[in-house]
Design a protein around this ligand. Sequence first.
Ligand code: ADP
Ligand code: MG
Length: 355
Amino acid sequence: ANQGQPRRIKALDPNVVNKIAAGEIIVAPVHALKELMENAVDAGATSLEIVVKDGGLKLLQITDNGCGIEKDDLAILCERFTTSKLQKFEDLQSIATYGFRGEALASISHIAHLSVTTKTKSSTVAWRAYYESGKLSPPKPGQSSDPKPVAGRQGTQITVEDLFYNIPTRRRAFRSVSDEYNKIIDMVGRYAVHCAHVAFSCKKQGESSTSIAIQSHATRSERVRQIHGGSVASELLEFSTSDARWHFTAEGLLSNANYSAKKTILLLFINHRCVESSNIRKSIEHTYSSFLPKGGHPFVYLSLQIDPERVDVNVHPTKREVNFLNEDEIIQAICEHIRSKLAAVDTSRAFLTQT
Ligand code: ADP
Ligand code: MG
């Protein structure tokens, strides 16, 4: 229909660009929640309370007791590339591995209604601010967009409402709010196992019972017991290994050969960020295959710390999978260690049954 004259090329409005980018990074409510949990933990919080409505599409609210945000920073909080976590290009190389360099709150503010209530230790009051498309905005038309003083405790509460309200095709694509809630519970559970000394709670708005409730002093295996049940929690081995050649340390919990599940549960953290890695998953399953009955699968919580400069930063923002240097060597070293742990238990059991 449009033969003949080419259409002229025009620059997109920056708000349209930001909205498209945000929709690519935050595909489902759980992706927003993950960023908000990481921010709370980064802020030194020892308590995270999460409230969800309609699978996070109507409401995602996370309240932490971290350091809070200075009132004077509220004006730029949700602009793109504003961050307190890195300054120099070199920092960017070593920290911004998962595609978020001061982009999370900005992204959310482009595709949801975002409000923040925050109080630092030195401030006498808490401040509340509302955001649209990266900028402070009035809570109601005609009101001032300046942050308002309110009563509140130290820490930060972030409220995300009506996610994807301005991307109707995306909003309509969510068929089941309970699927979205389950993804949220899964992600909260992962961080609740990983973040020792941090209390977590997660519930649906208006319900008194919690889906997850972990106290700050709970040990890691107590956390696994509460989230994944007693049958796995009573069959766990602690492990820890490192290799200076590949600049990594790894620690975590493994199910022993007495435990076998229909599906592998792998809670994987690389440099304290929850990630996926099909290479690690496959290698772990392969390692276990000689210890478990056919079709049996393990539970593994693995926290891997790699020299940040060796983690490949050249990954697309939407990728939840990560790449890092010497991946084969590191995976092999971890799996050899897992094999030796499992074998040690197996021999002691064989020894016990013999005598
Ligand atoms: P990034 O985490 O990459 O810096 P974000 O957009 O997630 O980018 O957050 C921007 C900044 O807002 C952070 O660097 C931090 O200073 C501040 N911030 C966000 N959430 C919190 C929080 N819960 N407590 C304290 N500060 C926060
Ligand atoms: Mg962040």
